[in-house]
Design a protein around this ligand. Structure first.
Ligand code: AMP
Length: 214
């Protein structure tokens, strides 16, 4: 089954995608991760995306769609997860034509529902490992040794530039204005499934997985 995984920033898309990759061997396309990688490599794409991302704004549709088109070539026969794409109506339309060119389809658009006060707590407290990308939280998922990654032992936990409180409100606004309307879009297509994204990630994952076998 091919899925779109969507929801507000902090809803847990990255966490659920990582579990899907680990347990179901799906092909993961995360536009946020791809942009962060491009920024790290200082590529032309990274330069284009950085200022938008740092301000919490959406990267322009043509840039995002061009990037996804390139990655889509590598999906092959695997089932895939689109994580954080589409985020606008124009991207959703572009996805449709991309899918039909590749004779593929989306089976479910899985929406992770999380109330906004919890989104804020998750985002402001989130810390990442610069080396391996592991995700921590200053209250709910502390590393065993402060500032040190449990997985790769590096002491490079950091806060994403766009997880600072002053940027988060812009991200949430962009979500409300541009992405939330996709709920109706996917409902109309009969692909929409809503999942309660509150609670331990394994419990949320059990629900996500049940959608894949329906
Ligand atoms: P994420 O890691 O999904 O929270 O994305 C981080 C940032 O990358 C977003 O705040 C946007 O600036 C940018 N971004 C990721 N995906 C998209 C997309 N589909 N459309 C526009 N901007 C995106």
């Amino acid at each position: 089954m091919n899925i779109v995984l969507f929801g507000a920033p902090g809803a847990g898309k990255g966490t659920q995608s990582a579990l899907l990759v680990e347990k179901c061997e799906m092909f993961h396309i995360s536009t946020g991760d791809l942009f962060r990688e491009a920024i790290k490599n200082e590529s032309a794409l990274g330069v284009k995306a950085k200022s938008f991302m740092d301000q919490g704004k959406l990267v322009p549709d043509d840039v995002v769609v061009g990037m996804v088109e390139e990655v889509f070539e590598k999906v092959g026969d695997k089932d895939f997860i689109l994580d954080g794409f589409p985020r606008t109506a124009a991207q959703a339309e572009a996805l449709e034509s991309m899918l039909s060119r590749h004779s593929k389809k989306i089976d479910r658009a899985v929406f992770l529902s999380v109330p906004s006060d919890l989104l804020l707590k998750r985002l402001t407290g989130r810390r990442l490992c610069k080396e391996c990308g592991a995700v921590y939280h200053i209250q709910t998922k502390k590393p065993q040794k402060e500032g040190v990654c449990d997985l790769c032992q590096s002491s490079s936990l950091y806060q994403r530039e766009d997880d600072r409180e002053e940027v988060i409100s812009t991200r949430l606004q962009a979500y409300e204005n541009s992405t939330a309307p996709l709920v109706k879009y996917y409902k109309d297509k009969g692909q929409y499934v809503e999942i309660d994204g509150v609670g331990p990630s394994e419990e949320v994952f059990a629900q996500v997985k049940s959608v894949l076998v329906e």
